[in-house]
Design a protein around this ligand. Structure first.
Ligand code: PEP
Ligand code: MN
Length: 344
């Protein structure tokens, strides 16, 4: 159930409602919106008795929720959640969030060369895995903490916000320390202990869609994180597995408006993993912005032929610059913006 507070409800009234919910043995989640606060209730096995709450001061109405997820719903918060990372970098607002960088942090020189190029093109967020979930146990597994330290240097030298993946509960704490956003990858979308641990983090979480996950399953995975008290979740469509054999995955752009209708969470598109082929990244990036995504995650490598992972889907810095130019034009049509390249 959701308790919708009146637009003029006071902080004390909201607090009293939360206390009442907790006294019934449930968990209260006050979610402020631009016009009013809604309080989500979790922890109840059956329906919550509305009468006790409806009569409290400041309460406008109580709405029963029939869906299996609650806190991700637009009913609780009309406007899209904006994740504020500081220094003017936001995800979910008018400015599109462009996350770019190599698949993996391979070494200091490689990482900084790529960071310099994506920053110069206008990206404000940098990606790079220090822990890599690889299909083969013999493939490069990432530099672990040494990689995180290189990312830390990238943040201070280039002013980029850092997005990097935690692949298990054990390394989440380290990732949390060095990152601005914790990525949970497709393979881990239903790793419920990892989702719960991420829900206790103070860092925003980028949650990628599993390769065979339905929309409901994606939203349920996000709900795990929110239900633990972390409301800063960003969804990411990264392609699903289908019978199509002209592409690594099938990038499901139709999920973007579907998510946006149901949920207040921002959603990004990753056309690199979504297609698996360098030449498809630019066209699918254009399409992702046109369909209304809140931004992109793009793999960039200055020497993709030597990349330790995902070289065949990594675009080179000049191609990334071109991509940024084109999506700036598409964004403008939709009333959105892309950060300018620093020198322009
Ligand atoms: C990645 O972003 O490098 C990655 C491993 O992505 P995914 O989890 O979508 O496969
Ligand atoms: Mn990759």
């Amino acid at each position: 159930m959701l308790v919708i507070m009146k637009s003029n409800a006071t902080d004390e009234e909201i607090e009293a409602v939360c206390r009442k919910i907790e006294s019934l043995g449930y968990r209260a989640h006050p979610i402020p919106g631009s016009t009013r606060t809604a309080v989500g209730i979790t922890g109840n096995q059956g329906p919550v008795e509305a009468a006790a709450l409806e009569s409290m001061p400041g309460v406008a109405e109580c709405i029963p929720v029939s869906k299996p997820y609650k806190l991700v719903l637009r009913e609780i918060k009309e406007e899209t959640t904006i994740i504020d990372l500081g220094d003017g970098v936001r995800i979910g607002g008018k400015e599109l969030a462009i996350i770019a960088g190599p698949c993996a942090v391979e070494n200091r020189e490689q990482t900084k060369t790529i960071a310099a190029s994506v920053a110069a093109a206008g990206a404000r967020l940098f990606r790079g895995g220090a822990y890599k979930p690889r299909t083969s146990p013999y493939s490069f597994q990432g530099l672990a903490e040494d990689g995180l330290k290189i990312l830390d240097e990238v943040r201070s030298e280039f002013g980029l916000k850092i997005v990097t993946e935690a692949i298990d509960v054990e390394n989440l704490e380290l990732v949390e320390r060095y990152s601005d956003i914790i990525q949970i990858g497709a393979r881990n979308m239903q790793n419920y202990s990892l989702l719960k641990r991420a829900g206790k983090s103070h860092r925003p979480v980028l949650l990628k869609r599993g390769i065979s996950a339905t929309l409901d399953e994606l939203l349920m995975a996000a709900e795990y994180i929110l239900s633990e008290g972390n409301y800063n979740v960003i969804l990411c469509e990264r392609g699903i597995r289908t019978f199509a054999d002209h592409t690594r995955n099938t990038l499901d752009l139709s999920v973007i408006p579907a998510v946006q209708r149901i949920s207040h969470l921002p959603i990004l598109v990753d056309p690199s993993h979504g297609t698996g082929r360098r030449e498809k990244v630019l066209p699918l990036s254009r399409a992702a912005i046109a369909v209304g995504a809140d931004g992109l995650m793009i793999e960039v490598h200055h020497r993709p032929e030597d990349a330790l992972s995902d070289g065949y889907q990594s675009i080179k810095p000049p191609e990334f610059l071109q991509l940024m130019k084109e999506i700036r034009q598409i964004a403008a049509v939709l009333g959105r913006t892309v950060a300018p390249a620093p020198e322009s």
